[in-house]
Design a protein around this ligand. Structure first.
Ligand SMILES: *Cc1c(COP(=O)(O)O)cnc(C)c1O
Length: 390
């Protein structure tokens, strides 16, 4: 019997060592990792620069309270500000907490404007986390079922549908913000129309709403830009980050424009662990490695290479509904539920994921080489072909 709570369906394997895009299990078998801890290990496993920084920082100072200035936190916030154009950062420990921060910021902004029941527009098929507020914001009944009562103050519209957002404005005067993923991850790797964010920006400006982007999965280089919103030329008011930010140490961030961030005053929000020296040192180094190794351009090129590989090899298969990708967020939608492909891939020593029942999802590390990517594409295509044969 395991003493760990039964909240995950686990595959029968334990990894004990990692290097780059490779993992080894406790029997010494080697696996090609095309999931990277669900978009966390962007630099691959145990990047030497991350390992060195963690050891060095652990020997110097790991944690002090946020009631003191923390040098690494200041430096990380400055770096994120210069990369994103969002001047202020709040640090926490996960994506859900980053989104909680955004939600609290939006609600407080509403109260400041005299809106006593502030409401946030969220999307169908969205995923924002598992805390009570973020599971309420999530557009997936499976995540919510059994945890009612959910929070009030959210209205849901279809993703990639501007008319639906504009329609809310007509009869709801309580809206204060739109919370949206630039590209949906858990919802099935959904890529909206090209001008979606630009149009959302306009609607938000017109109504004095905050545009809040959940870039927990799409951020930190994965989409082929530092942040996914940079494909669209707009700047959001608020953006949340987590997964890829710390190369595996728990760190989340809620970034905001100065004018929005200033709504928070001491006492409004806090986190004991948030942004301590250790995790911020890892995040600073993660951003530095991404830049030094030119990994973001590489992600864009490698993503295009893999997309083309899938397109070519799966072109004649009616059972392949659509191949969607943005940088190294890659989804292949199949005609029927395909959850068992995860296990079949594991047997072939390949790690991938299925989301939204029918979408094979790949989130490889940004350091993956072309030969490795080719192996991922070839093996995945073979798995998909075999899946429809038997
Ligand atoms: C994973 C994810 C989250 C939740 O992050 P946690 O660190 O698991 O709390 C939120 N939003 C998006 C878009 C995600 O992909």
């Amino acid at each position: 019997m395991s003493n760990v709570m039964n909240t995950y369906t686990r595959l029968p394997v334990t990894f004990v060592k990692g290097e780059g895009v490779w993992l080894w299990d406790s029997d010494g078998n080697r696996y090609l990792d095309a999931l990277a801890g669900i978009a966390v290990c962007g630099l691959g496993h145990c990047h030497p620069r991350i390992a060195d920084v963690l050891c060095e920082q652990a020997r110097t100072l790991i944690h002090t309270s946020n009631i003191y200035y923390i040098e690494q936190q200041e430096n990380l916030a400055a770096r994120l500000a210069s990369l994103s154009g969002l001047e202020k950062a709040f640090f926490c420990n996960s994506g859900a907490e980053a989104n909680e921060t955004a939600i609290k910021l939006a609600r407080l902004s509403g109260h400041q404007k005299g809106i006593s029941l502030p409401t946030i527009i969220v999307m169908e098929h969205a995923f924002h986390g598992r805390t009570m507020a973020t599971l309420t914001a999530t557009g997936n009944r499976k995540v919510q079922a059994g945890f009612e009562p959910l929070l009030s103050g959210f209205v849901r519209v279809p993703y990639n549908n501007l008319e639906a957002v504009k329609q809310v404005a007509v009869n709801n005067k309580n809206v204060v913000a739109v919370l949206v993923e630039p590209f949906q991850g858990e919802g099935g790797v959904n890529i909206p129309q090209v001008h979606y964010l630009q149009e959302l920006r306009k609607v938000c400006d017109e109504h004095d709403w905050l545009l809040m982007l959940d870039e927990v999965q799409s951020g930190v280089g994965r989409s082929g830009k530092w942040f996914a919103f940079q494909h669209s030329g707009i700047v959001p008011d608020v953006m949340t980050l987590a997964k890829g930010l710390g190369s595996g140490v728990p760190i989340g961030a809620c970034l905001a424009r100065e004018s929005v961030a200033s709504i928070f005053k001491p006492g409004n929000h806090a986190s004991t662990f948030g942004g301590n020296s250790l995790v911020c040192a890892a995040a600073i180094e993660t951003l530095a490695v991404l830049e030094d190794e030119k990994l973001i351009d590489h992600a864009k090129e490698l993503g295009a290479f893999m997309h083309e590989g899938f397109r070519a090899q799966l072109a004649d298969m009616d059972q392949v509904v659509e191949i969607r990708s943005q940088g190294l967020m890659i989804g292949i939608e199949l005609a029927r539920p395909c959850g068992e492909l995860v296990k079949r891939a594991l047997e072939k020593k390949l790690l991938l994921n299925v989301t939204s029942d029918k979408v094979v999802r790949l989130l490889p590390a940004l350091v993956m080489r072309r030969e490795e990517a080719k192996l991922v594409v070839d093996t995945t295509c073979q798995l998909i072909k075999d899946f429809f044969k038997h």
